[in-house]
Design a binder for this molecule. Structure first.
Ligand SMILES: [Zn+2]
Length: 287
């Protein structure tokens, strides 16, 4: 059994030629288990999934941390592509979307915006009879029962004034991964990542962004964690590996991010992972 974390998109709202929008794939495979959880669905997520040989139809569920646009820009693409790529004799399989309260409204509006496309395709393809199916679970705190082999739980995070927001913890056969999303250090996140093998945390460089004479950027300082704060959270919780993503400003492509790593390492003794899109971290435990 192995648990892998793939940083599908390490970017932010700022378009980058090299970094897709926020999206992380957590896969649990081996034995009888083959489950793939997509945490957030930012810009270009299906291109990045294609790069590792997977597509929308492979997803067990989409876990949204919050409804900021950069984290959900391509949810409509996931919905549509899963629908049109499910070919007979396979039965249509609804996309499971888990997210904070408000997710159902967003999905309903996405589906409404897709109505013309849905109509065109049903009219054109004789073997396509139904609209895309989406099953939404709005969650706040506690266990998330999706019926799979992986145990999933969530807890509130603190990205105010963006509210509500949640982080997730996935566990199987003694391996555990927490995904924080955008948040400042908080009690819910501490609970979520207590003793986890890995914590995936979005970060921004407050030391750099804080020097910019752009109020719009300065506004983002108070509701994200810096690498130092993410490291402090990881240390407090006894996390094994801290995985940094959502780099603001972007780490230059091909750069080693040594300065980011050093900021985190000053507060956390465990392993620190960061990198370009498609960077993969594997946790192997048990059988
Ligand atoms: Zn956000």
């Amino acid at each position: 059994m192995s648990v892998s974390i793939t940083l599908l998109g390490t970017g932010s709202p700022m378009p980058s030629p090299d970094r897709a929008g926020p999206a992380t794939l957590i896969s649990v495979t081996g034995g009888a288990v083959d489950e793939h959880y997509l945490v957030d669905a930012g810009r270009g997520v299906l291109m990045r999934l294609a790069a590792i040989g997977l597509g929308a139809t492979n997803l067990t569920a989409v876990l949204l941390t919050h409804l900021h646009s950069d984290h959900i820009t391509d949810l409509n693409d996931v919905i549509t592509t899963r629908w049109v790529m499910t070919l007979p004799p396979a039965e249509p399989s609804p996309l499971v979307v888990v997210g904070p309260v408000g997710t159902r409204t967003v999905v309903d509006h996405l589906l409404a915006s897709l109505e013309p496309d849905i109509g065109y395709r049903i009219a054109h393809h004789d073997d396509l009879h139904v609209a895309p199916g989406v099953v939404v679970h709005e969650v706040t705190d506690g266990r998330v029962d999706l019926g799979g082999e992986v145990d999933i739980s969530c807890a509130p995070t603190d990205h105010r004034p963006v509210d509500p927001t949640v982080g997730y913890r996935l566990e199987h056969d003694g391996a555990s991964v927490a995904a924080a999303g955008d948040t400042v250090p908080c009690e819910g996140l501490d609970r979520l990542c207590a003793g986890a093998d890995a914590l995936v945390h979005t970060v921004i460089r407050k030391d750099l962004i804080g020097q910019l004479p752009i109020q719009r950027m300065l506004d983002t300082l108070d509701y994200h964690s810096s690498p130092e704060e993410a490291a402090q959270t990881a240390a407090r919780a006894g996390v094994g590996t801290l995985v940094l993503t959502h780099y603001v400003p972007p780490i230059p492509t091909g750069g080693d991010g040594a300065d980011w790593r050093a900021l985190a390492a000053a507060h956390f003794d465990g392993a620190i992972e960061l990198g370009d899109d498609l960077h993969r971290i594997e946790i192997t435990k048990g059988t």
